[in-house]
Design a protein around this ligand. Structure first.
Ligand SMILES: *Cc1c(COP(=O)(O)O)cnc(C)c1O
Length: 460
């Protein structure tokens, strides 16, 4: 690159920095839900591929200006849709460095600095979760891929115990694999199973209670009527209610039947990091694998999830690669996850953990729970609004008496712009869901949201 190329780069970075700062400073004032549709965004960015190039700084200006009306105020304090965290300052700034450094972090030989930071971040998380420090922690894109990665290790292990090496011999002639799931599992479990050659109709579904927790007696009953390799998928944090399976009751039952126990704790595993909330996860440390996210509760930017496997030999057996040009230096990231080349997505997690410390993570968890309790109190104070779930964690679900009115209220909330909540069906009824997942949410954000919803309910 010549001198003018370096200047272009500096100008482009300066503009990105300025526009990013403006976006963050404007978050509190912009409508949370975007004002532009996908079609409008396609128009904004569309047209034929330009024949000639454009100055990098101008490209960045154009991106920031054109994207703006289509952006969701996710990093702000009043985005409560799905289960989505904000962006902690240290994590965001670290993420900029990750892109700048451009380290291929699949291999420690290639990227010692970033691989080291990920390895330490993984150990810190095991410490926070109370999991064995010898477990492998694979950094993947999110909970979906974490569930897939853990279940691939599970499949490898339970079939190996039945004398079948699935990495070598495949699935077609393998002994039948039983995969047991709860009725209120996250859909990413079904997809993970599908990617592993286990169809939806093959899943063995166990009944759950009114909050979505697997019923221990139903699991016991189910396991009595089968034999052979077995995986049992449990859940820490049901995506609607936030409920946790009763691990102390369920894991011994699964273990008595020689199962691999997997816990989907995309946002729930973080409860273990707070002394006040830890009891929700009691017993989960006896599982074989755990999936969780950093881009939800830890508030790092997209994307970052973790696949945790008790015995690293199981993930290595499922994932170690054999390219003869790859340099081996012991346990590498690509030995325990499906990817080869990838960004150093664990570095922002290291930064968030370093910035918060053990006490800061615990306080974050306690605040998310307190925010959920405050939101539930506020919503209950609105005549006609019913809070549907037990608010033991970060999730609040509410509805009106009438399903159509509940759906209309959801649309009205997004249109009004103060806050974003998203809808769902729960036990056959329309509901709206608020997920308290952002470090940025303040008491004032909750008050503003409750006031906005109160006004909309009164108008309807
Ligand atoms: C969000 C979520 C997932 C999927 O995680 P992604 O990060 O979106 O891939 C899986 N399980 C549960 C319980 C979740 O809440």
């Amino acid at each position: 690159m010549d001198q003018s190329g370096f200047d272009d780069r500096t100008r482009a970075l300066d503009i990105a920095h300025r526009r990013a700062t403006e976006f963050l400073e404007d978050l509190d004032d912009r409508p949370v839900w975007p004002r532009a549709s996908l079609d409008e965004m396609l128009d904004a960015f569309g047209g034929p591929l330009p024949e000639d190039g454009t100055d990098p700084a101008q490209v960045i200006e154009e991106i920031a200006t054109r994207a703006d009306p289509g952006l969701v105020a996710i990093p702000g304090g009043r985005f409560f849709g799905f289960v989505i965290g904000g962006t902690h300052p240290a994590a965001l700034a670290a993420d900029w460095l990750v892109s700048t450094w451009d380290q291929n972090s699949g291999s420690s030989a290639l990227a010692p600095a970033t691989v080291a930071m990920e390895r330490i971040a993984g150990r810190w998380m095991l410490d926070l979760f109370g999991l064995p420090d010898s477990a492998s922690v694979g950094f993947v894109t999110g909970g979906q891929l974490a569930n897939f990665t853990c279940l691939a290790s599970a499949r490898q292990s339970v079939l190996a115990r039945a004398g079948w090496d699935v990495a070598e011999r495949g699935l077609r002639e393998a002994p039948p694999l039983r995969v047991v799931v709860g009725a209120d599992r996250h859909s990413s479990i079904d997809r993970a199973a599908r990617f592993l050659g286990i169809g939806r109709a093959e899943l063995i579904v166990v009944d759950s209670d009114d909050q979505g927790r697997m019923r221990p007696e139903a699991l016991e009953q189910q396991l009595l009527s089968g034999t052979g390799p077995l995986i049992v998928c449990l859940q820490a944090g049901e995506v609607h209610t936030g409920a946790f399976d009763d691990f102390e009751a369920l894991i011994p039952i699964a273990r008595a039947h020689d199962a691999w126990v997997h816990v989907d704790g995309a946002f729930g595993l973080w409860a273990a990091a707070s002394p006040a909330l830890r009891s929700l996860t009691a017993g989960m440390e006896h599982a074989n694998s755990w999936a969780t996210d950093a881009h939800k509760t830890l508030n790092v930017p997209y994307d970052c999830g973790m696949a945790i496997v008790r015995d690293p030999a199981d993930s290595i057996a499922a994932f170690r690669t054999g390219g003869d040009y790859l340099m081996y230096t012991g346990l590498d990231p690509w030995d325990v996850t499906p990817e080869l080349s990838r960004r150093a997505r664990g570095v922002p997690a290291w930064a968030a953990l370093k910035s918060l410390g053990r006490s800061g993570v615990a306080q974050l968890m306690d605040r998310l729970h307190a925010n959920a309790a405050a939101m539930a109190r506020g919503l209950r104070s609105i005549p006609g609004v019913h809070v549907v779930n037990d608010v033991d964690y970060t999730q609040v679900m509410f509805r009106l008496d009438d399903d159509a009115a509940t759906r209309a209220l959801g649309r009205a909330i997004l249109d009004e712009g103060t806050a974003a909540v998203t809808g769902a069906e729960w036990r056959g009824r329309a509901t709206q869901r608020c997920s308290m997942s952002s470090w940025a949410t303040t008491d004032a954000d909750i008050d503003r949201t409750v006031s906005a919803i109160r006004a909309l309910v009164q108008v309807a």
